[in-house]
Design a protein around this ligand. Structure first.
Ligand code: IMP
Length: 441
């Protein structure tokens, strides 16, 4: 049995809480794309763990796998593992030998290119972690993979080919002084030591074979998507996207199990009751102008500041065409809706039900971002719901959610065409009301 958790919006939907909740029923939790751009906060008994690379299941003693579709900054990996160990946990993390490594020059180039693009409004507002440049090198067949760190000769050969190119790019194209991040010998020494630690701690695996053996043994695997559908490189708002596939198809290509393995399981779309966005680009339902105060209120209450970068997030009403798009692109079989408590006590609650584009009503997202930017949302208003004791609601269950909020949830079920399996009414794991465990089908 597999369960795939995908972000239905722009990332930051609160996937970590659900992965953590259902990860308890999984034997293995695998990430299939992205890298240390994915901030997830897991709250366990009031203890907060901020992770950006280690799968959140690690907080619950699960085997965590970083699949071949991930890009791995080994320094982040080790610092997160070391911190979890310092806090008394014993995370078991395995890394695909086919996963690509984020090298020091990737991070530098990420920053330079964003800077260069900013004159033309094409900067994506990246997290600056080197994600895009690493995926570029993967597609350009000049990347360095985790498996290469284990083999001194291969590592040396690869570096000798690629680093001079990167140095020339930095110096001749972007006109910056290339420093240590572009020094073959320094990189070689550091990354050989990393390879030795990976080997010493038996952390590397052939991810596809490793996961298949668990699936074949009848164990449960949870695929943890990072980011969200609308920042998917293929299905998102290109070019304001991340460089991987957060959509459910990525769970197969990014781990090495077949799409049938993923498709036989559940695909749970995680939805936040409003929108937030750390990056640039259009956002039709954004709360701006007269609605700035409302945006501030939601931002503060929802803690909408980037986990990785600390940047304040832009805020908007829930965008339902975006959800219909996500339902199709992922084959969503069920939903988990988070943060309905954040909208409590507002004077008004709205959603973008459809778009108006050039006099036509659209129910889903257009394929170009320029057209999406010209969409005017047709807002639908809901009766607001009051502030209540959400901890008590969480303890009592779904029926104790205020009636108006339940109407809002019923509307989502109807529009997206999938049942709700969980509702988040607060940040702690205990504040997620479970209606159905996707592993118990
Ligand atoms: P990158 O993934 O750092 O290359 O950033 C590309 C785009 O994806 C930017 O708009 C980022 O803000 C956005 N992004 C990357 N990771 C996350 C995430 O975990 N949550 C929300 N947005 C993200």
């Amino acid at each position: 049995m597999t369960v795939t958790i995908v972000g239905s919006q722009l990332g930051d939907e609160g996937k970590g809480a659900l992965v953590d909740l259902w990860g308890g029923d999984a034997d293995v939790v695998a990430r299939y794309q992205g890298g240390d751009n994915a901030g997830h906060t897991v709250v366990e008994d009031g203890d907060e763990y901020k992770l950006s690379l280690v799968p959140s299941g690690a907080v619950r003693d699960k085997v965590g796998v970083l699949g071949n579709g991930c890009v791995v900054n080994p320094k982040t990996l080790f610092s997160e593992i070391d911190e979890l160990r310092d806090r008394g946990l014993d995370p078991d993390v395995r890394v695909a030998r086919r996963a690509h490594v984020i090298m020091p020059y990737h991070r530098v180039l990420d920053g330079i290119e964003e800077e260069a693009k900013s004159d033309s409004d094409l900067d994506a507002g990246t997290t600056g972690r080197g994600i895009g440049p690493t995926y570029e090198d993967k597609a350009g067949r000049r990347g360095i993979r985790i498996g290469d760190l284990l083999d001194p000769e291969v590592l040396r050969d690869r570096l000798e080919y690629v680093v001079p190119q990167k140095r020339a790019l930095a110096e001749d194209v972007f006109g910056i002084q290339a420093g240590e991040a572009f020094d073959i010998d320094a990189i070689y020494e550091e990354y050989r030591a990393i390879g030795e630690r990976l080997e010493r701690e038996s952390m590397t695996v052939n991810a596809g074979a490793f996961l298949a053996s668990h699936v074949d043994a009848g164990e449960s695997v949870l695929f943890e998507g990072a980011q969200g559908t609308s920042i998917d490189i293929d299905h998102g708002i290109y070019p304001y996207v991340t460089s991987s596939n957060p959509t459910a198809g990525g769970a197969a290509t990014g781990t090495g199990v077949g799409p049938t393995v993923v498709g036989r399981g559940e695909v749970v779309g995680i939805v936040k009751a409003y929108l937030s966005r750390v990056g640039t680009g259009p956002l039709p339902t954004e709360l701006t102008g007269d609605d700035e105060d409302l945006a501030d209120c939601i931002r503060e209450k929802g803690g909408e500041f980037g986990t990785v970068t600390g940047r304040p997030r832009r805020i908007g009403w829930l965008d339902v065409p975006m959800l219909r798009h996500a339902a199709r692109a992922n084959g969503i079989t069920s939903l988990a809706v988070n943060h309905i408590d954040v909208l409590a006590g507002l004077d008004e609650v709205k959603v973008g039900h459809s778009y108006d584009l050039d006099g036509e009503e659209l129910l889903s997202m257009p394929a170009t971002t320029e057209r999406w930017g010209r969409c005017e949302p047709n807002l639908r208003e809901f009766e607001p719901w009051p502030e209540v004791d959400w901890a008590a609601v969480a303890a009592e269950g779904y029926e104790s959610i205020p009636e108006n909020a339940r109407e809002y949830l019923d509307y989502l079920v109807e529009e997206v065409g999938a049942p709700i399996y969980a509702v988040g009414v607060g940040p702690d794991r205990a504040q997620t009301i479970e209606l159905q465990n996707p592993f118990e089908q």
